[in-house]
Design a protein around this ligand. Structure first.
Ligand code: UD1
Length: 383
């Protein structure tokens, strides 16, 4: 059997690493052997957004890189489809496996189906029901086309059934991101927080060495990259001011800044203001184990990333999700998780921040988030 799996953007890399490992393990002991081809669409291309993750997660170099790069959604999707069609015609795989909900996922799903290749989607069935999110469009189309829908939790399976997906196409396999978390946890634990900060804080900020001197640092984490938060000045500026004038007076804040957020902070003339705050440390995009390490001891996280919501859930870090909805309700407090939806209104963020600042860690492990999801994905495809 021949499988092509596809990655394009940063959150895909944590999902494909365990899948490749599970194929290798299968090939060592069982038949039929799987021939695997890894395609990188090139949506993310900076070393800090791509290569660093391949190295840290031991992902073999992609067999084929489509080199698509940045652009509008239509440019990215269109160029990926054109290039991926050529790949499929040359490679003639039995299955295409896509992960997550980025533009690479959508583009390669549509191309695979048009080329009559079977399609499996890892992380199927997530729904935010927010059609202004590009990822929601990507999820809906990918799931509608998939022959095999591998779901991370039971709520996702229910979403698919409600949409009329036949039962035999849905397989509840658990969350593959957590395979990577469990595989990397030990390595992450051994990293020094202060070294991570020192190695990644060269954005022009004058670091106050005293702020890193205490033995037990009290700090929070920030990650923001969604267009709904960073592309609108009237949204981004009040949140930044809240960090600068309120949160950073109480605890240190570490913010590994996504390239999109850097661009928008600069465009809105907010970059300098952020750099001048000694207790809000802007970092380059950091590696997987480094973020995991910071998350393990953080007092709380402000994030609009779905993956970070899931990692906070398993690590027990109070998570203020800077969105009005989530496709991952299983991580929310009302489902037993640690995450609270606070949107991007500062009044609401402030209220939730004060409520969780002194909260105890409360790790939660949803069903089948057990580090063995990738094996179940491979078995489902084989059967
Ligand atoms: C994409 C995904 C989003 C995911 C996020 C994780 C879609 C629709 N969005 O959003 O779901 O959560 O990745 O990071 O697929 N850039 C660089 N270097 C890079 C890549 C991007 O500088 O290696 C800059 C470019 O200016 C680019 C911008 O970041 O225009 C946005 O990149 P893009 O891939 O279009 O979307 P993300 O915001 O990263």
């Amino acid at each position: 059997m021949k499988i092509i799996s596809v990655v394009g953007a940063r959150p895909n890399f944590m999902k494909i690493a365990p899948f490749i490992r599970a194929i290798e393990r299968h090939n060592q002991s069982a038949l039929p052997k799987i021939e695997h081809v890894l395609v990188h669409t090139g949506q993310h291309y900076d070393d800090t957004m791509s290569k660093r993750f391949f190295q840290a997660l031991d992902i073999p170099e992609a067999d084929i890189n489509l080199g698509v790069g940045s652009g509008t959604h239509s440019e990215q999707v269109g160029q990926t489809m054109i290039a991926f069609e050529t790949v499929l015609r040359g490679e003639k795989p039995d299955w295409v496996v896509v992960v997550g909900d980025v533009n690479a996922t959508l583009a390669c799903s549509v191309t695979a189906k048009k080329e009559l290749v079977k399609l499996a989607h890892i992380e199927a069935g997530l729904r935010s029901r927010d059609m202004s999110m590009p990822e929601e469009i990507n999820r809906l189309v990918t799931d509608r086309l998939s022959d095999l829908l591998l779901t991370p939790d039971r709520l996702s399976g229910e979403n698919l059934r409600r949409e009329g997906v036949p039962e035999e196409r849905i397989k509840f396999v658990g969350n593959i991101m957590i395979d990577t978390l469990e595989a990397q946890r030990y390595k992450a634990e051994r990293l020094s927080i202060k070294a991570i900060i020192r190695d990644n804080a060269s954005l022009g900020q004058t670091l106050d060495p005293a702020s890193l001197n205490s033995d037990s640092l009290a700090y929070g984490l920030v990650t923001m990259h969604r267009p709904s938060n960073v592309d609108v000045k009237d949204v981004l500026q009040p949140i930044l001011d809240f960090f600068l004038h309120e949160v950073s007076k109480e605890i240190l804040l570490f913010w590994p800044v996504h390239p999109r957020a850097v661009r928008m902070l600069q465009r809105f003339d907010l970059w300098q203001r952020a750099l001048e705050c000694p207790n809000l440390l802007l970092l380059h995009p950091i590696g997987y184990q480094e973020l995991l390490r910071l998350n393990m001891d953080a007092r709380l996280m402000f994030t609009d990333s779905g993956g970070c919501q899931e990692e906070c859930c398993v690590l027990g870090t109070p998570c203020l999700t800077l969105r009005w909805n989530t496709e991952r309700p299983v991580t929310l407090q009302e489902h037993g998780g640690v995450s609270v939806l606070v949107g991007n209104d500062v009044g609401q963020i402030r209220k939730a921040y004060h409520a969780v600042l002194e909260a105890e860690r409360h790790p939660v492990r949803p069903e089948l988030w057990d580090g063995k999801t990738a094996i179940r994905c491979v078995q489902s495809i084989l059967s």
